[in-house]
Design a protein around this ligand. Structure first.
Ligand code: ATP
Length: 341
């Protein structure tokens, strides 16, 4: 029932609120059965795009297709999508069973079918023992599971989620990430998930859409986006610490590609090391993280952070910086990746 063959095709979509251009000519295809994450800083337009897909808001221009159907102008109910929000939006006066069944009742699904679907979904979501409780008698994680169950029971093939885990504490969030991803795969759901948390995006997504100021910076798998960021924005947004960006003059004496236009060199923290020779790095601070150490340093005018195993000797305050030549990213000074590297 959940499985969909229908991609969500967004074509040249813009949304303006007066002078605010929340989305500027956005085009992207969200694959059926995939977990797609809209990722970006606050205000970049993620929720606006999700609301347009849901039919809760209308674009100023452009089209949205679900499968072959142009859904522009249709109501949320006609789009066959379910939704889960950050706030859960549970009804406080209804118990868990009534909350989960609310949508099916509104759609006048026969009682026998409702009962059958409820017991199946409650069991799958670990809620069978809690069906008589009111939302106030549940933990945050249980409330979130009820909100998910309400989406799952609709058996709609597309589920739109806006920061559904952000009200949970860190430990529960980690558990729910795993649960949510397993559920999506088990049901073959098409999920579109909004977050500003790159860890959520990296751990759950098949496809990440990195957004910035109303535009898409890059679309790709978590691995693509981490190892081959398309822009300096993505390089700086993804990764903890973010990719270091060097003026090539500050790396003179090390292995550098031959690039004939003004550019910057990007290196991930784990791709740098203490070398026998190379440009001089000066340590400004060291953070011990258990398995690793983060070494903050400068070379020339560039500040950077290098990750090294905690078991390795602590480097002296000045050391020759080395890096893996194959790990180098090269960006033009306008921020675009120079694709040959
Ligand atoms: P956050 O992570 O903070 O929720 P977001 O990436 O989801 O951010 P949006 O909520 O899509 O961002 O907002 C994008 C831009 O559009 C922002 O500048 C926001 O202020 C503006 N905006 C969104 N909705 C409205 C509205 N109804 N009226 C006016 N401006 C709006």
């Amino acid at each position: 029932m959940h499985k969909s063959q229908d991609p969500i095709q967004i074509t040249s979509v813009s949304r303006a609120f007066g002078e605010t251009h929340a989305l500027k000519d956005v085009s992207v295809c969200l694959q059926p059965g995939a977990f797609s994450v809209l990722l970006g800083p606050s205000g970049c337009g993620k929720s606006t795009l999700l609301r347009l897909i849901a039919g809760l808001d209308q674009q100023t221009s452009g089209t949205i297709h679900i499968g072959a159907k142009d859904v522009t102008g249709t109501s949320p109910n006609d789009r066959n999508v379910s939704m889960v929000f950050q706030s859960y939006a549970l009804f406080p006066h209804l118990n868990v069973a009534e909350n989960i069944l609310f949508g099916l009742k509104v759609r006048k699904t026969p009682k026998a079918e409702r009962t059958q679907r409820l017991s199946r979904v409650a069991e799958m979501m670990g809620l069978s023992a809690l069906l008589d409780r009111k939302p106030a008698q549940l933990s945050g994680g249980q409330q979130q599971r009820v909100a998910l169950a309400r989406a799952v029971i609709s058996e709609r093939p597309i589920c739109l989620m806006d920061e559904p885990l952000s009200n949970l504490d860190a430990k529960l969030r980690t558990e729910m990430r795993v649960e949510l991803r397993a559920l999506q795969q088990q049901l073959g759901l098409t999920v579109v998930y909004v977050t500003h948390d790159q860890v959520e995006a990296m751990t759950m997504a098949d496809q990440i859409i990195v957004m910035n100021q109303g535009r898409i910076e890059q679309t790709g798998t978590p691995h693509d986006i981490y190892t081959r960021p398309a822009t300096t924005f993505t390089a700086g947004f993804i990764g903890t610490p973010p990719m270091a960006l060097f003026d090539p003059a500050d790396l003179a004496g090390g292995p550098l590609p031959d690039v004939r236009q003004p550019h910057l060199i990007g290196l991930r923290a784990e791709d740098m090391h203490v070398a026998p020779s190379g440009p001089t790095a000066r340590i400004t601070g060291i953070e011990y993280l258990g398995a690793d150490r983060l070494v903050s340093a400068t070379t020339g005018q560039t500040r950077f952070i290098m990750r090294m195993p905690a078991a390795a000797p602590v480097p002296p305050s000045e050391f020759p910086l080395g890096w893996s030549p194959e790990a180098v990213s090269v960006f033009a000074t306008n921020g675009q990746r120079l694709t040959q590297y």
